[in-house]
Design a protein around this ligand. Structure first.
Ligand code: IPE
Ligand code: IPE
Ligand code: MG
Length: 246
């Protein structure tokens, strides 16, 4: 059992997950892709609860990418309907577990009903002080960086700041993740080894963990396994091992 191997001082503060493999999981069972997304929501429930119980501070879930808008209309519609259903269903769990919901991404692109209910739930959980659950919804990193650049350019244009005053911190502060620390650990399920336009700026020094598990079959135990793996790593941030151990 991996959970017993976890010690609180070696836990990441922020875990980000690329939840991939819903469609292939469904196909394997001879089901339509949408069933994979439905089952995937159950995994979201499990992993969010596990993260809250462990006392993690941030869990960011890549839920729907900018590029995912290009999927067949039936699938996009089904995912948006699922979002509305899930908001209603999960509200009590979020409140019970003291989870604060945050969003990164272009919420304006969501259909009206989904957007309203989603923003309402974010508002309703704003006072919760436990885990921050960040959904990357209609999100892509290049979209985010482009928007950040525009904001900074406007400030320079209006004379609010000088071009030479732009620092790394300026970019960090203008990302949608401005109030969120960088992920310590990135997990991607489904055996794919790529980032798919997720948090390119923020993942600069994150530890990476890949598993062949499809998202609908990613259990708590698989999650704990990833955390145990993370706990054994030495994060050097460009320094030498000797400097770190001092
Ligand atoms: C991840 O599963 C969920 C979303 C991208 C919305 P996929 O739907 O990408 O599943 P696969 O990768 O096709 O199996
Ligand atoms: C990444 O998965 C996006 C989400 C998990 C929401 P994709 O399935 O869209 O990524 P690619 O297309 O395989 O790179
Ligand atoms: Mg996929």
């Amino acid at each position: 059992m991996y959970k017993e191997q976890l010690t609180t001082d070696r836990l990441p503060e922020h875990v980000a997950i690329i939840m991939d493999g819903n469609g292939r999981w469904a196909k394997k069972q001879g089901l339509a892709r949408v069933f994979g997304h439905q089952k995937g929501v159950e995994t979201v429930h499990e992993i969010t609860t596990a993260a809250a119980e462990l006392g993690l501070k941030y869990l960011t879930l890549y839920t729907f990418s900018t590029e995912n808008w290009n999927r067949p209309k039936e699938e996009v519609d089904a995912i948006m309907t699922l979002l509305v259903d899930t908001i209603a269903k999960e509200r009590p769990t979020l409140m019970k577990n003291n989870v604060r919901l945050l969003t990164i991404g272009d919420t304006n692109r969501l259909p009206d009903e989904a957007r309203k209910k989603y923003l309402q739930l974010i508002d309703d959980t704003a006072g919760n002080t436990g885990l921050s659950l960040v959904l990357a919804l209609s999100y892509s990193s290049r979209w985010e960086i482009t928007e950040a650049m525009k904001r900074i350019a406007h400030k320079v244009e209006s004379g609010e700041m000088k071009a030479d005053d732009i620092t790394e911190q300026t970019l960090t502060d203008n990302m949608t993740t401005a109030c969120i620390p960088d992920p310590d650990l990135l997990i991607r399920t489904s055996g794919e080894y790529r980032i798919s336009n997720f948090l390119l700026w923020q993942l600069a020094y994150s530890e990476m963990y890949f598993t062949d598990c499809y998202w609908p079959e990613f259990t708590r135990e698989e999650f704990y396994k990833a955390l145990v793996d993370y706990a054994q790593r030495e994060r050097r941030f460009g320094k030498t091992s000797e400097q770190i151990q001092k």
